[in-house]
Design a protein around this ligand. Structure first.
Ligand SMILES: Nc1nc2c(c(=O)[nH]1)N[C@H]1C(S)=C(S)[C@@H](COP(=O)(O)OP(=O)(O)OC[C@H]3O[C@@H](n4cnc5c(N)ncnc54)[C@H](O)[C@@H]3O)O[C@H]1N2
Ligand code: MOO
Length: 447
């Protein structure tokens, strides 16, 4: 087991997480998805996509009206008359405009060959007559090109539509469909296995014996990861025996093939630290970060067995990068794992996965004196008091929500943000201006 006893700075730990996440997620496979299938928006494009056609694909009418050659119109005091040669609508093949005539055109209809302007029906007495009389026209109304949506005026043939790494938006999806793409190559979604550990932890809904408690960590961590687009599988490995733990983990890996494993619990200094004892033997490292809550942390890279048995090995035994799995071990206290997710995992994930937005930080003003231990970055749960001021562009004020204890899950659920007290912020007076990290899923736009 590899162990670090010093408390490393928060940024150094984020950088370690970036390394393991970058290695595992960078080696993700690609898959082909149908443009019109659900769930394609938000996926990461894995190929260069160029339009082979122009958009619009042909000159077409922007208005219901009459297409004609501007030069055929003899206008007197804004009035003119032309015979009507035919009618055409969206979906029809392009017609031919005879000399000295007008053609009824509906919105989206191909412009009849020879026409160079469309005059809206509002300038006439309507459709269906043999002759059309225009009234109230000005020179601007008969400028060639008026109300014609020209071929290629939106997207040119050969134009770049998306590049590898782009997170595909609904509008980009529409462009691809309009340009004739039926399917595209995207990165497979991140599959994440979220595990709680410890023999006291029970599945919600099961019976509790004295001393046991329900698993709160996997619902919490899984829900946050789902907001980043991960395909999450949660499970509990209810044992304090490292060998049993590893057997159960291997079986889960064999079934779910995760890119990322996040464990909660079993990593501090006790006699029964099942994650530390089990995964430590496979090269995952454990140490302490100068942060509270969220001090104890584990991180590493494992390799899934390529024959599909799911056995995990320390990566140095294999060079093939295809099945690298990032392991992040968080502390078991629910508030510790939640805060670690926001302040350590999320910034690292955001650096390597365009689908994960970095934590949203805001400046806030405190309303009470707060003390914090020296040498650690403390994150206190706070409620934002002054939404109105914030909306008006002012600085929101915050009040503490509960104490610093990392078991205070109820307070976490009522909090909006994590107030950041720096390593040297030991006594912070009321009125201080500090940064706070918005908690995922709390408040408008916090995702
Ligand atoms: N001697 C020391 N003891 C502890 C230290 C230390 O440095 N020296 N660090 C403390 C800190 S800080 C934390 S945080 C915890 C981390 O402990 P573990 O990660 O080993 O977690 P566990 O011991 O397994 O559990 C801690 C606590 O959380 C409860 N728990 C665990 N999993 C869940 C779950 N899925 N849902 C709800 N609650 C859970 C568990 O029952 C414990 O009460 O260590 C301190 N100790
Ligand atoms: O760091 Mo533990 O994470 O205080 O509660």
């Amino acid at each position: 087991m590899s162990e670090t006893t010093e408390r490393v700075p928060v940024e150094e730990h984020i950088s370690r997480l970036k390394d393991v996440l970058g290695a595992a997620l960078g080696a993700r496979a690609t898959e082909t998805v149908e443009i019109s299938a659900g769930g394609v928006a938000g996926r990461i494009v894995a190929e260069r996509l160029v339009s082979e056609v122009p958009l619009p694909g042909f000159d077409n009418s922007q208005m219901d009206g009459f297409a004609l050659r501007a030069a055929d119109l003899t206008m007197r005091e804004g009035e003119a008359t032309l015979p009507v040669a035919g009618t055409t609508a969206a979906g029809n093949e392009p017609a031919l405009l005879p000399l000295g005539a007008a053609f009824e055109v509906m919105t989206g209809a191909p412009i009849p060959a020879g026409a160079d302007v469309v005059i809206p029906v509002e300038f006439t007495e309507g459709f269906g007559a043999e002759e059309v009389r225009f009234t109230g026209l000005s020179e601007a109304d008969i400028t060639p090109g008026r109300y014609i949506r020209a071929i290629g005026s939106d997207i040119a043939a050969g134009e770049l539509l998306a590049e590898p790494g782009d997170v595909i938006s609904p509008a980009q999806l529409a462009v691809l469909a309009a340009c004739g793409y039926a399917e595209i190559e995207v990165l497979e979604p991140i599959r994440t296995l979220v595990l709680s550990t410890g023999d006291e932890i029970r599945r919600p809904g099961s019976e509790l014996r004295p001393g046991q408690l329900y698993d709160a960590d996997t619902p919490l961590l899984g829900a946050v990861l789902e907001t980043f687009g991960h395909q999450v599988v949660t499970s509990r490995i209810g044992t304090d025996d490292p060998a049993w733990f590893l057997d159960a983990l291997d079986a889960l890996v064999a079934v779910h093939h995760p890119h990322l494993i996040i464990t909660a619990g079993g990593i501090s200094q006790g006699a029964y630290e099942v994650v530390r004892q089990g995964l430590g033997g496979r090269g995952v490292q454990f140490g302490t970060v100068a942060q509270q809550p969220g001090g104890p942390q584990g991180w590493g890279l494992l390799e899934g067995d390529l024959e599909g048995r799911g056995l995990l090995h320390w990566r140095s035994q294999h060079e093939d990068a295809r099945a690298l799995i990032a392991v992040i071990s968080l502390p078991g206290n629910p508030v510790s794992s939640a805060v670690s997710m926001e302040t350590l995992v999320r910034p690292a994930l955001a650096a390597v996965d365009p689908n994960c937005a970095p934590p949203r930080r805001i400046m806030v003003r405190t309303v009470e004196d707060i003390s914090s231990p020296p040498g650690v970055r403390q994150f206190r749960r706070v409620r934002v008091l002054d939404d109105a001021a914030a909306e008006a562009g002012g600085m929101p004020t915050v009040a503490l929500e509960g104490g610093p204890g990392s078991h205070l899950l109820g307070h976490l659920a009522r909090a909006d943000a994590l107030l950041e007290l720096a390593e040297d912020d030991v006594e912070v007076p009321a009125g201080a201006q500090l940064q706070a990290v918005l908690i995922t899923g709390r408040g408008a736009g916090t995702r």
